[in-house]
Design a protein around this ligand. Sequence first.
Ligand SMILES: O=P(O)(O)OC[C@H]1O[C@H](OP(=O)(O)OP(=O)(O)O)[C@H](O)[C@@H]1O
Ligand SMILES: O=c1cc[nH]c(=O)[nH]1
Ligand SMILES: [Mg+2]
Length: 209
Amino acid sequence: MDNVFILDHPLIQHKISRLRDEKTGTNEFRNLIEEIAMLMGYEALRDLPLEDVEVKTPIETCMTPFISGKKMAIVPILRAGLGMVNGILALVPSAKVGHIGLYRDPKTHEPHEYYCKLPEPIDLRTIVVVDPMLATGGSGAEAVNFIKQHGGRHIKFMCIIAAPEGLKRLREAHPDIQIYVGHLDRCLNEHAYICPGLGDAGDRIFGTR
Ligand SMILES: O=P(O)(O)OC[C@H]1O[C@H](OP(=O)(O)OP(=O)(O)O)[C@H](O)[C@@H]1O
Ligand SMILES: O=c1cc[nH]c(=O)[nH]1
Ligand SMILES: [Mg+2]
């Protein structure tokens, strides 16, 4: 699938299995989400641009590559996406963080926006949208719509678990973005929850119900 990357590294798979277990408590769940985000970020950011800068080693002076500029934005979809932010910030501490607030209507399962704040200049930044769950794909597709309306152009979407239905919807709505997935699950159930999934990611990260 063009522009879709399933990151099936054993460490990511192991940690996702721990997330799925209903016996995994809030603190461990939160730590795992952050660790998986970091491991996924390592792969998803392998095309970050570099520029050579002169450095004097104890031996001699050389030109050596550094990440060029400070033009990255991490954009979590609230709430659950917040759990992934620190994992990526650990890799790129200079990244700015935007926020998009969306919740799913429990009956229609369609997303509703309640907050949007993005760092400027958004059009010049590599934008990594993060949300652990891509279920119907409504929230992900809407978040990318907002970012594009605000001028964002270089967009990656990172989710830990995707349903085939959500991946299809996001790809069809935004064929130009790269989508990074930790695991592609089987299907959605009648409540639009991912099967086997891990339940409600936001509730498990924040200990709400
Ligand atoms: O692909 P979709 O069908 O749109 O579903 C996925 C969305 O649902 C969850 O958020 P939720 O609405 O539960 O909000 P929360 O993060 O505040 O719990 C999840 O974190 C995604 O944002
Ligand atoms: O399975 C799902 C679907 C949507 N949101 C979640 O947190 N989990
Ligand atoms: Mg939720």
